[in-house]
Design a protein around this ligand. Structure first.
Ligand code: SF4
Ligand code: SF4
Length: 206
């Protein structure tokens, strides 16, 4: 380095101090977790909660999970007939439902595909473990997360009425026309059609 290229460090120092003074007055974007809890959106994907009573062991979620991290075991139970002469019925009984959160990628496919609203997102995220095997949550633990699931958002008052509600509120149809009698092969109604049965002799009832 030539002696002429040496510059004084003072301007750079002042510039740095000015930058520090400027940012001191700005609001911070960081929070001192865990002393300060983050304000998360209510529908955050923290952990998956299970409503066991709603689960029919249909396996749809386990089949659609791209990570194959849902484990379901079930068996069939025979229910006796409810009426005399009726048929026995069978239903699935859930033995095991577990999600391995060390594999889960929080894609939400399982929650979306469940046809019985058995899976829900909770914003709870504080379930880190020192042993990765403890991230396998069995159905009891998944059920406990239900307490942290926020209620569903209010319905939009301007939204169209759901089809089921509209059908239930529809007044019954009146003034239905009588069904026309089915026509025979000859194009006449059965009442007018000639009968193949011979007429009874006079004096006898048909
Ligand atoms: S899709 Fe729903 S009902 Fe079917 S097994 Fe999964 S959680 Fe249970
Ligand atoms: S969120 Fe995605 S990866 Fe996680 S269990 Fe559900 S389907 Fe599997």
């Amino acid at each position: 380095m030539s002696p002429g290229s040496r510059r004084s460090p003072v301007p750079g120092l002042l510039k740095g101090l000015a930058t520090t003074a400027r940012t001191l007055a700005r609001p911070t974007h960081t929070a001192e977790y865990p002393d300060t809890k983050p304000a998360l959106p209510p529908r955050s994907r923290g952990v998956i909660a299970l409503t066991e009573e709603n689960c029919t062991s249909c396996m749809l979620c386990a089949r659609e999970c791209p990570d194959w991290c849902i484990y379901i075991d079930s068996h069939k139970e025979t229910l006796p007939a409810t009426t005399e002469g009726g048929r026995e019925r069978q239903r699935n009984v859930l033995d095991r439902f577990a999600i391995d959160f060390s594999l889960c990628m929080y894609c939400s496919i399982c929650v979306e595909v469940c046809p019985f609203d058995a899976l829900h997102w909770s914003p709870e995220f504080e379930y880190a473990e020192t042993d990765i095997r403890d991230l396998l949550h069995e159905k009891d633990r998944l059920g406990q997360w239900m307490q942290t699931v926020p209620p569903p958002p209010a319905l939009d008052p301007a939204a169209a009425e759901p089809a089921e509600v509209a059908a239930a509120n529809r007044p019954p149809r009146t003034g239905l026309r009588e069904r026309p009698a089915p026509r025979t092969a000859r194009g006449t109604s059965p009442a007018a059609a000639p009968s193949d049965t011979p007429a009874p002799p006079p004096g006898e009832d048909a």
